[in-house]
Design a protein around this ligand. Sequence first.
Ligand code: MV4
Length: 449
Amino acid sequence: MYNKILIANRGEIAVRIIRACRNMRIASVAVYSKEDKDALHVKLADQKICIGEGSAKNSYLNMDRIISAALITKAQAIHPGFGFLSENSEFVRKCQTYSIDFIGPGADIIDKMGNKSHARKTMMEAGIPVVQGTIEPVYNAEEGMKQAKLIGFPVLIKASSGGGGKGMRVAEDKDEFEFSFNTAQRESIHAFADDTMYIEKYIIKPRHVEIQIMADKHGNVVTLGDRDCSVQRNHQKMIEESPSPAINDKIRQKMYNMAALAAKTVGYYSAGTIEFIVTQTGDFYFIEMNTRIQVEHPVTEMVTGIDLIETQIEVAAGERLSFSQEDIKLTGHAIECRINAEIPEKNFRPSPGLITHIHLPGGNGVRVDTAIYEGYLVPSEYDSMIAKIIVHGKDRQSAINRMRTALDELVIMGISTNVNFQYLIFKNPNFCAGETDTGFIESLLNYKE
Ligand code: MV4
């Protein structure tokens, strides 16, 4: 096992990883930007090293500085968290060059799954259901139009390098197609320097259900339940829960089997997530794979009792998974609510600033993952997510009750947050009935007006 790990991230996930290291008696090294000199991850780590100032580009995204920091501190491994360099295969290869373990899958797997058009083809060949659509990449509107007519409108045009909605456009009919394709492709070239597109049948108001998998370097793959992340705004998830209220046990088991098959097909190791969309009739289709630990991993930890970060570290060090599929018992219901420093009334504009007072909820079945504290200045440079409230109950209603109690108790003063907005969701009859789809937040916003 490692003696020392460098954490190439900030915020609540850096704190989460530092805690896992401490539990495993592994020393931790925090890296930080000048703006983050008073951040909690810097205070909690055993060692700290400043890697730049200003935007993430000059700090948390600067590969050479992070590698240097690992070499100087003699860290044997780097945990990337999520975002930043977590799905950057060039970084993984750099780590390899300097004999530093990257706590995540290999560079080749990241490349394979990072190309969504390629991933789609790989999954299709393995017998995993994918949405009806193109098999080979599409490079121009003319070829795209031919394919779209074969698929049948409406279609969804997606960027191969995309994910999370970037470079994605609907074309309702053939008149719209050329414009939609060109817009999506331009966005993709701009954001990812890649003009490779693919086209799928557009599924109206699906649900987003993803399967957590964990795999070791010896070929063992275990599924760790599902998460429903249908409550999103602009492709930013707001609420995640496990199990999904939208699928029955028969579909659920099929999805688990398909997720395990997906992981085995590409020789995956570390934590990973297979994303599916589920139609209103209960059909499900693979859409993409995330090759990192995700923001919403705590809901899976609550229902499985497995520590996903500790397991990631064990697997990276070459250990076998300490549990088998038969050991996994899914218990009760967990829900996570993301707390952001933002102003819902002003189109969710970020609201950085000084936290003058704070009270965090607690009690039975309540977990708070955060890096904020009283007197902390939320910087404007980074993501607006400042906390995650995770609750666990014997069933969905019990979890909802605990979330209401927790949100009621939560006090954050000095900055604006989405706490009240989240509270409204947990009072919403449709949410409480488990009836949420892609259009849920939009319909909530319209209802308020
Ligand atoms: C889709 C879709 C409908 N049809 N694909 C892809 C990226 C992911 N963040 C959402 N994606 C979608 N892919 C096809 N063929 C609808 C979405 C989608 C979505 C899905 C579930 C929950 C919320 C969503 C919000 C916007 C788009």
